[in-house]
Design a protein around this ligand. Structure first.
Ligand SMILES: *[C@@H]1O[C@H](CO)[C@@H](O)[C@H](O)[C@H]1NC(C)=O
Ligand SMILES: *[C@@H]1O[C@H](CO)[C@@H](O)[C@H](O)[C@H]1NC(C)=O
Ligand SMILES: *[C@@H]1O[C@H](CO)[C@@H](O)[C@H](O)[C@H]1NC(C)=O
Ligand SMILES: *[C@@H]1O[C@H](CO)[C@@H](O)[C@H](O)[C@H]1NC(C)=O
Ligand SMILES: *[C@@H]1O[C@H](CO)[C@@H](O)[C@H](O)[C@H]1NC(C)=O
Length: 461
């Protein structure tokens, strides 16, 4: 969970080249914004950003027909229209999932393929300049999550001139079950995302969004998140009960492949366990508990998150036309996820998804409640930095912020192995660095290469 290597992500610019002719819509500058487009009329509501800017929110807009009946386990079909004015003032249904409060009860509804659009209030109808669009894909291990407007809200991002779109997509079995053939080809959740982006292409002009400047952004993704959750649970266990720790060490060779999803490798992960053990635990008998925990954290973070992310960056870099911007988030703010499970006096660095809290408010409301802390001056400054970086990227394809103060430039990733380190413990810093954990990344690249010859299945389960 907590690692100094922090949470790194990639910006993935999505430059869709589909053009649709559409008439320009407009927003009425009153308290009840309305918009008219091919599906019908929408009445939205006003929301206020942290800088006091009034913006228009259109919630729960259907982009696909309900995936029920013979549309269950099938490709999504574009939604039809409606008559009269549709209320777009409340979130649509979230997709079926287990409650994130008790992890047992069921919430959501299969009729869930809807999206939210947030656009700055523009009262001057003559001002038709279209704004960059930011389309957000929420994380949640492909099992949970929704576009809930109090969480993935415009409160921070719409301080800048962007249009924000968030969408629900099918999760869990309904989103990803596959029989491996044409009976159920699977990946319905991803196909929903594609359809939502097509909706954006067709309709976002009516919300003053520019369909030629759509940036797709998100956090976390599938398997990496599963592993990190596993890690955070292990961490809790370790702190509560010493004997679990001894059990873990005794059964290390058996447990490691399970935690890491290596059991599927041809040798049930034995070769990987051996290599990882000698690299991260070069003398497991003499390591004390704190060293063991430190390196176990490093191992799990590297194997399930950092290396897969880094290697996909290298793949992208080799083939992609668009630049990649690479960062390491190392600011430990008041609401860091690390505070929730750990001794507050020890500095555990930052945790997965800590960066998200500066782009959206209340991402993990439970943490905020549990910690009962208010953000400090630096947290607010970090919010400005993050919002400026993300929205400027959406705007001109180059992330920038006033906090660079003219002496830092964030260059696209290159042979220099450069990345931007955002923050340093509790300080707001922006520093260009080189050589991203080179030795450890090399270890994984070599391991992957050496076992590829044995025709293992891919690295990421
Ligand atoms: C739309 O919302 C308004 C205000 O909440 C309510 O008065 C009206 O009945 C709703 N209309 C429909 C069609 O649900
Ligand atoms: C039009 O809107 C853009 C974005 O909100 C703003 O920067 C610009 O100043 C506006 N132009 C006019 C003429 O109002
Ligand atoms: C912890 O892991 C690192 C590899 O990242 C290794 O260099 C170091 O020797 C390990 N520590 C111990 C005590 O094994
Ligand atoms: C664990 O070992 C390291 C390295 O030898 C040492 O710096 C640290 O103080 C030890 N921690 C504990 C709790 O004994
Ligand atoms: C950046 O430049 C400003 C003004 O020249 C200076 O005050 C500041 O210390 C510089 N910051 C860094 C990190 O070098």
């Amino acid at each position: 969970m907590a690692s100094y290597s922090g949470a790194e992500c990639l910006f993935l610019p999505l430059l869709l080249s589909i053009f649709f002719s559409a008439s320009f819509g407009y927003l009425d500058g009153t308290t009840e914004p309305e918009v008219t487009f091919s599906q019908g009329n929408l009445r939205g509501k006003i929301m206020t950003t942290t800088h006091g800017r009034k913006v228009s929110a259109f919630l729960g807009i259907p982009y696909a027909q309900p995936p029920v009946g013979n549309k269950r386990f099938a490709n999504p079909v574009p939604a039809g229209g409606w008559k009269g004015i549709r209320n777009a003032t409340a979130d649509g249904n979230m997709c079926p999932q287990l409650s994130n409060i008790d992890y047992v009860s069921f919430v959501g509804d299969e009729d869930c393929l809807n999206l939210n659009v947030y656009t700055p209030q523009i009262s001057n109808r003559k001002n038709s300049s279209l704004l960059p669009v930011m389309a957000y894909v929420f994380g949640g291990r492909f099992l949970t999550g929704s576009t809930k407007s109090s969480v993935y809200s415009p409160a921070y991002l719409l301080n800048q001139d962007v249009v924000l779109v968030t969408f629900n997509y099918r999760l869990g079995v309904l989103g990803f079950l596959s029989t491996g053939d044409e009976v159920a080809s699977g990946n319905w959740g991803l196909k929903d995302q594609v359809l939502a982006l097509e909706w954006v292409q067709r309709n976002i002009r009516h919300f003053h969004g520019d369909p030629d400047r759509v940036t797709l952004f998100g956090h976390s993704s599938g398997s990496a998140c599963v592993h990190l959750l596993t890690l955070s649970k292990l961490t809790i266990v370790f702190y509560e009960k010493e004997e679990w720790f001894d059990d873990f060490l005794e059964n290390f060779d058996y447990l490691l492949p399970i935690i890491m999803y290596w059991s599927y490798l041809p040798d049930s992960g034995a070769a990987w366990v051996k290599a990882a053990k000698s690299y991260y635990f070069n003398n497991i008998e003499t390591m004390n508990r704190s060293e063991l925990l430190t390196n176990l954290t490093l191992l799990i973070g590297d194997a399930t998150f950092t290396y897969p992310m880094y290697s996909s960056l290298l793949y992208q870099h080799a083939v992609a036309v668009n630049p990649q911007y690479f960062y390491a988030f190392r600011y430990r703010g008041t609401w860091s996820n690390t505070y929730l499970y750990s001794n507050p006096l020890t500095d555990y660095g930052v945790a997965h998804a800590d960066d998200l809290g500066y782009i959206f408010p209340h991402v993990d409301y439970n943490i905020i409640l549990a910690l009962n802390k208010t953000p400090n001056e630096k947290d607010l400054q970090m919010r400005e930095v993050m919002v400026q970086l993300w929205t400027s990227f959406a705007n001109h394809g180059k992330p920038s912020t006033l906090f660079f103060r003219g002496n830092t430039t964030w260059e696209p990733y290159s042979k220099k192995d450069n990345y931007l380190q955002i923050g340093d413990r509790s300080e707001i810093t922006l520093e260009v660095k080189h050589s991203f954990s080179t030795e450890r990344m090399q270890f994984w690249a070599n391991l992957e290469r050496s076992t590829a010859e044995a025709e293992t299945i891919g690295f990421i389960p």
